[in-house]
Design a protein around this ligand. Structure first.
Ligand SMILES: Nc1nc2c(c(=O)[nH]1)N[C@H]1C(S)=C(S)[C@@H](COP(=O)(O)OP(=O)(O)OC[C@H]3O[C@@H](n4cnc5c(=O)[nH]c(N)nc54)[C@H](O)[C@@H]3O)O[C@H]1N2
Ligand SMILES: Nc1nc2c(c(=O)[nH]1)N[C@H]1C(S)=C(S)[C@@H](COP(=O)(O)OP(=O)(O)OC[C@H]3O[C@@H](n4cnc5c(=O)[nH]c(N)nc54)[C@H](O)[C@@H]3O)O[C@H]1N2
Ligand code: SF4
Ligand SMILES: [Mo]
Length: 723
């Protein structure tokens, strides 16, 4: 056995072979591919370990009436129970009382079928997904500027030949290590409040590190635009021929001369000038944003300000330069196109557009009037669960919001208030542990499907092995539930290729057109970048002929700086920002269960400048309690001499009392509905080690997790099975 496929984790989707290792268990070998060029990070190398982990779920679990503990059950009983309860809730409270929460980790086929399931089998408008927490601000700003949004509008290897690359709030040295191979040639300008691994990489190679106070990127981007104009570096011909709205946008930049920019952001004026000069004089330059620029209540406007800079320098829609958002999850790109978003139908269509509704309803064989309208965004949806007017039941696929949602304590309360929580997962995540029903599903190497990576490139995920006995695929779960909810069999096929063919028809003519994508073409090794409307090659480089707005021009956005929702004050004198470590993925549900990863990063940490730590009475290597208005979290102190003294950093990969999201502020961006994960006002206190530190880290990677009884997290009355 040796099968070519792609990594289960991030959007770089590194190519790999899965084959039998020395112990006979599946193991990973990297493959050469344009994005990863034979590299993998340590998560990719160890990814196969979860396939045969003793912590793997292999039987449906339903909480029993008597004890409130999980009991193993058969698939028919479990699916009958779930469909029966969903139908009952809908009968009693109406279709919007059943909600669905999806994921940018799901294949294109799953994303599509899940959206269709919500709209048709449940008739609910209550569906959104974790991508809302990811790159929704960049997507909104991209649509605003270009008329259409694709993470990178060009193949990743293009950036290697640029002279300068500016990375705003992205730390690929930890979040996509093999990408650094493409970034070793260009001079890097890294915008990050922390001296991240990527900032170090830039400094070592003669690049620049600009360390703004979290939440002030918009001002910094305005300052760079101001300084570029002052140095006569703008591309006037391009602005005149290919864009509109420069004058209105400039009004906001006019006031941000470098010294003023320094006052607001903390970035020295000479660095603002130097960065503008480097970017503006480069032959070939890219501006790339990551979550650091995007996960703010001002995220959309902030990305718009970075795009304005790129437009003013004439970088977009040209070969050899550009703006891009580095998408995050494995299918962060495809997951945002096929209708699991509250306001969306397949093919990047809007659910409130009559023509889009008519097209998709036609493919689905229903009347457009049967399709529900737009629903609330991810956090608003989670925050309404179990309230008088909110959903009473939730089907969750591919997310662990008890750990990863903002103000997670509040979200856990809402999850507990549900009458029915159903999760599909392959491990007992913190959210699964709160569920009434847990359905054990297949993992990446056990199923077929397609993914769309950060470049908009279509990839084939191939089944290498059979799932363990008793495990079903997500598509089989959706299909089985739909049938039990009275849908005709052929409307919800469980075969990935059949779903892809239908997705192609549903997306045809939309922005993200997959009509020409087929398993045969992918198996034949064709390089396909969407839109792929037909048999042609697709679109590796977008907007070369014109932008997707009706007039073909890109639009400057008139955006001004405003501060974060929460400022530091006497009670909460520091800003906490959050993000990622190399060795864990997201909520950590998968990677905390892989021995070598859990051992390397067994517990939460907080990065603190030594002076700041000393002032709070902390010791390097000791424990701190980090407190915000919303809650507290425990983390081991890591002194970082290069850190800002007004800012601390926490990874969000841990649950319970070590969850960074106990602190975070769920204030939302008005356009994208993105929560402000990157700015919370906090204070630091010295703390004893957490009660669960030892137990948690040994249990994370340890042997068999108990199946029955694993759900101690769930409060509230027990529910009878089979009701
Ligand atoms: N190891 C690992 N890799 C991953 C993931 C993972 O969980 N672990 N997740 C994947 C996913 S889904 C995503 S979305 C990507 C995310 O990839 P990145 O965007 O690279 O990840 P983050 O660590 O969230 O944020 C990047 C940087 O933003 C900085 N930052 C914080 N506040 C601000 C600010 O106000 N302005 C600026 N300019 N920077 C700020 C942080 O210090 C951090 O270094 O990674 C993907 N890859
Ligand atoms: N404080 C803070 N919070 C953040 C962020 C931050 O930077 N700071 N980043 C946000 C971002 S960018 C993201 S993307 C989210 C991610 O956070 P989550 O949405 O929680 O993502 P994961 O931790 O990947 O959770 C995926 C869950 O689904 C399971 N799973 C994985 N693949 C599949 C599949 O194919 N099918 C099914 N049924 N299950 C699957 C996994 O085992 C795991 O339990 O977190 C957000 N939260
Ligand atoms: S960089 Fe991303 S895709 Fe590549 S091996 Fe690491 S987690 Fe997997
Ligand atoms: Mo993400």
């Amino acid at each position: 056995m040796s099968t070519a496929t792609h990594c289960p984790y991030c959007a770089l989707q590194c190519a790999m072979h899965v084959e039998a290792g020395p112990d006979g268990q599946p193991a990973v070998r990297p493959a050469d591919f344009p994005t990863n060029r034979g590299g993998l990070c340590r998560k990719g190398w160890s990814a196969a370990q979860l396939l045969h982990s003793p912590q793997r779920l292999v039987r449906p679990l339903v909480r029993t009436g008597g004890t409130g503990e999980f009991a193993e059950t058969g698939w028919d009983e479990a699916l009958d129970f779930v469909a029966g309860r969903m139908a009952g809730v809908r009968e009693q409270h109406g279709p919007d009382a059943v909600a669905v929460f999806g994921s940018g980790g799901l294949t294109n086929e799953k994303s599509y079928l899940l959206g269709k399931f919500a709209r048709l089998a449940l008739g609910t408008s209550r569906i959104d997904y974790n991508g809302r927490f990811c790159m929704s601000s960049a997507a909104a700003a991209g649509i605003r500027a270009f008329g259409l949004d694709r993470g990178l509008g060009f193949p990743l290897p293009d950036v290697a030949s640029a002279e300068v690359v500016l990375l705003a709030g992205a730390n690929p040295a930890e979040t996509m290590p093999p990408m650094m191979g493409h970034l070793s040639g260009p001079r890097l300008i890294v915008v990050d409040p922390r001296r991240s691994a990527t900032a170090e990489f830039a400094r070592e190679r003669g690049g620049l590190h600009l360390a703004p106070r979290p939440g002030t990127d918009l001002a910094l981007a305005l300052g760079l635009l101001h300084s570029a104009r002052a140095q006569d570096l703008l591309d006037g011909d391009y602005i005149g021929a290919r864009t509109s709205g420069f004058d209105e946008a400039w009004k906001y930049a006019a006031a941000f001369w470098p010294e003023r920019t320094e006052q607001v952001t903390g970035v020295p004026a000479h660095l603002v000038r130097a960065a503008a000069r480097a970017l503006g004089t480069a032959r070939g330059a890219y501006v790339l944003t990551g979550r650091g620029a995007e996960q703010h209540a001002t995220g959309t406007d902030t990305v718009s300000a970075w795009i304005n800079l790129a437009l003013a320098l004439g970088l977009c829609g040209r070969a050899g330069s550009g703006y891009g958002c580095i998408t995050g999850q494995g299918n962060g790109q495809g997951g945002r196109e096929h209708g699991q978003k509250a306001d969306q139908l397949p093919g990047y269509r809007r659910i409130d557009d009559p023509a889009a509704r008519a097209h998709v309803a036609g493919v689905w064989g229903v009347d457009a009037g049967e399709l529900p309208g737009p629903g609330p965004s991810a956090f608003e949806l989670l925050d309404s669960l179990g309230t008088a007017a909110g959903p009473k039941a939730l089907l969750l696929m591919g997310s662990n919001p008890a750990v990863s949602a903002p103000e997670a304590g509040r979200v856990r309360d809402r999850l507990s208030a549900l009458d029915l929580l159903v999760t599909c997962d392959f491990v007992m995540s913190e959210t699964a542990a709160m569920a009434d029903v847990v359905l054990p599903v297949a993992q990446w190497a056990e199923e077929t499907g397609t993914m769309t990576n950060l470049e908009g490139r279509l990839l084939r995920r191939r089944a290498v092995l059979d799932p363990p006995p008793g495990v079903r695929t997500d598509l089989e779960v959706i299909s089985g539930l739909a049938r039990r909810l009275g849908q005709p069999d052929q409307r919800f096929p469980a075969g990935a290729d059949a779903v892809l063919a239908e997705l192609g028809r549903a997306s045809a003519g939309g922005g993200a057109d997959y009509a020409g994508v087929s398993p045969q073409r992918l198996e034949a090794g064709e390089e396909l970048f969407w839109p792929v409307p037909g048999p042609g090659a697709g679109t590796p480089r977008m907007f070369l002929e014109g932008f997707a707005h009706a007039d073909g021009r890109a639009r400057f956005a008139a955006v001004g700086h405003r501060g974060a929702a929460e400022e530091a004050d006497a009670q909460f004198p520091l800003i906490a920002t959050t993000g990622r470590l190399m060795g864990h993925y997201q909520s950590g549900a998968q990677t905390r269960r892989i021995g070598e990863l859990a051992e390397a990063e067994p517990e939460a940490c907080v990065e603190v400048h030594p002076d700041t730590g000393a002032r709070a009475g902390l010791d390097d290597g000791g424990w701190a309690r980090v407190v915000s208005r919303r809650g507290a979290t425990l983390a081991r102190v890591r002194y970082r001499a290069g850190a800002r003294t007004d800012t601390v950093f926490l990874p969000f990969h841990y649950g319970g009392e070590q969850a960074a999201n106990n602190l975070t502020n769920p204030v939302l961006d008005p356009v994208s509905r993105m929560p402000e994960f990157k700015v919370s006002a906090v204070r630091l206190e010295r703390s004893d080690p957490p009660q669960d530190a030892r137990a948690a880290s040994s249990q994370n990677a340890g042997a068999a997790a108990p199946a029955a009884g694993a759900g101690a997290g769930r409060r509230g009355p027990a529910r009878p099975a089979g009701g």
